[in-house]
Design a protein around this ligand. Sequence first.
Ligand code: ADP
Length: 335
Amino acid sequence: MKMPENDKQSLSMVTCTAPVNIAVIKYWGKRDEDLILPINSSLSVTLHQDQLKTTTTIACSRNFQQDRIWLNGKEEDISNSRLQSCLQEIRRVSRKRRNSGDSTSDVSSVSHKVHICSVNNFPTAAGLASSASGYACLVYTLSQLFGVESEQLSAVARQGSGSACRSLYGGFVQWKLGEQLDGKDSLAEQVESESYWPELRILILVVSAEQKSVGSTSGMHTSVETSQLLKVAYTFDAGPNAVIYTLQDHLPEFVQVVRHFFPPEVNGEEFVKGLPVCSADLSEELKRDINMEPTPKAIRYIISTKAGPGPCVVKDPNHHLLGADGLPKKSAISD
Ligand code: ADP
């Protein structure tokens, strides 16, 4: 939301949230590394922001000397090429709109520097798709600040992180491969809304919340270079954490299987986070069929969630992560 108060002349501020998405038909590998164009189309489910989300506040002011970004309370290098691609591209699109007289909002701010403050409420760079929600949130928040239409955001977010273009929509989302060399037709679109399949539940089995030893980009690069089975294989993902899609009715039994074979620490953190799961008994027959020795503590916790909506604007100014001075509030640093 735009900052009203006395600072209106010099400081505009917007806060938005954006969701994580997890693909069921994966995007893996790029045909163009700079434009982030995939070698296949993909299909994902957007997860509910009640469980996993990025929150980003962006302020712009003619008084700011340079673009700056704070991620999870720490200032990061704004010269990161992907951040730069998103910033340059959204400013270009906004200027184009202004020059063609299309824009209805105040876009004078597009020439001002920005301060960006973002937090993920889940582990970053651990294989839980923070790059998707992070870049989607960045681009969506910039679009609110600079008055850019939502149809134009897919191509911008994609240049931050490929899968970020899918996090711009709720529910079930397709990212079309596209054919053009400039990538103009490589866009995400909603296939069905989040209410399409209400019984669907999604569980993330968190094996490790540590930063991945191989980042998604280099993992994809190695796969494209070395895998002869890249189109046929479906057994890899960008991190160690398994994502399970199942129906609500099967949830209690499945979680009980996980509890039984991967027993959590007795006094450890809460094992199932997010949407509550009822308890269930495991039949001896099922235990026998699985026929596996329990591996204690192999799964740290489970995030239980469902399909959810796309990015939202946060209306309450108390939730801005930046203060009226354009610097991170203390709460955004200690989070
Ligand atoms: P993940 O599996 O979490 O997507 P990646 O290694 O693919 O891991 O991407 C993590 C990177 O995405 C971070 O190092 C950072 O550059 C970027 N990122 C994550 N969260 C945000 C955010 N909230 N805002 C901007 N960039 C983010």
